[in-house]
Ligand binder design. Sequence first.
Ligand code: FAD
Length: 323
Amino acid sequence: MAKKVLVLGELREGILRNVSFEAIAAGKKIAAGGEVTAVLIGKSVKDQANELFQYGADRVVVVEDDQLEHYTPDGYSQAFMAVVNQEEPEGIVFGHTALGKDLSPKIANKMSAGLISDVTAIEEVNGEFTFTRPIYSGKAFEKVVSTEEPLMITIRPNNIDSLVKDASKTGNAETMTVEIKDLRTIVKEVVTKASEGVDLSEAKVIVAGGRGVKSAEGFEPLKELADVLGGAVGASRGACDADYCDYSLQIGQTGKVVTPDLYIACGISGAIQHMAGMSNSKVIVAINKDPEATIFNVADYGIVGDLFEVVPLLTEEFKKIKV
Ligand code: FAD
């Protein structure tokens, strides 16, 4: 049966995150021919609506308010719930991002709805949807069905393909006025860490370094390789603990969970806590001088060797392919 579905258009520093477009594609799937409405929340964000139409949103509802400039659970839930009350959706899709993980349970609670989180795949058989989600830090997957409406899910970035962008598409975003009040927290200032290049959680290629990189300078060849491949640099906790790089790069159980198309692990042993964050990458290449390193158990391609010899060679070869 065709459903009415809402998806959150999530912004970071004023730019729509890719997971918003993936959420539209997921929304289209569960809408089964019904209407997908993207919700944009923030201060002066209406300009972003066109891109949501171009990625397949049927409608875009915008809630703007000065108090929504930065994310707060109270502000965003008031704005989102106002749209929910107006639209009465049968399905809702959020990205499984820091913001989505915070907001979605609050909305589910307000709607007395269930929530299927961290969905990596959606299958439809005879009109019933099955959602795949990793459990036990990615060591197993479970398939879940929802027994009630509204159906609420969060989707893991980089797992559900967005629709092909149609740059010729435009639409009229609908503005909704919502009285935002009684905020229990107010963000006075956001101090961002200087970050270079591609966002780790949405990167299609990640070159990650471990304790085997041996120093902060040791990360330079990894950065060069990541640059050539248009990717991001990540790290094991071993490398972060040793102060070779910032904790914002940490991948794993207590770091970021990533699912790039290509993950190149350099000088990383493959501790279970690290693998919890990267073992669902589509293709894993491991470079390690120890042929017995555990990382080779999950690697699709293994290179036994010194990373300081192998990584520059790979960079040179990829440069030739790019030319
Ligand atoms: P090591 O285990 O020291 O491995 C270094 C590797 O580099 C070795 O395999 C070595 O053979 C190789 N090497 C050395 N020199 C070279 C060279 N020149 N060329 C090629 N290879 C070389 N870890 C995470 O990563 N993420 C997490 O989120 C995380 N969370 C944790 C949570 C808890 C509660 C606990 C207890 C631990 C957690 N850890 C986490 C830590 C984890 O257990 C490991 O200690 C850590 O992942 C090890 O990092 P590493 O592989 O870089 O270092």
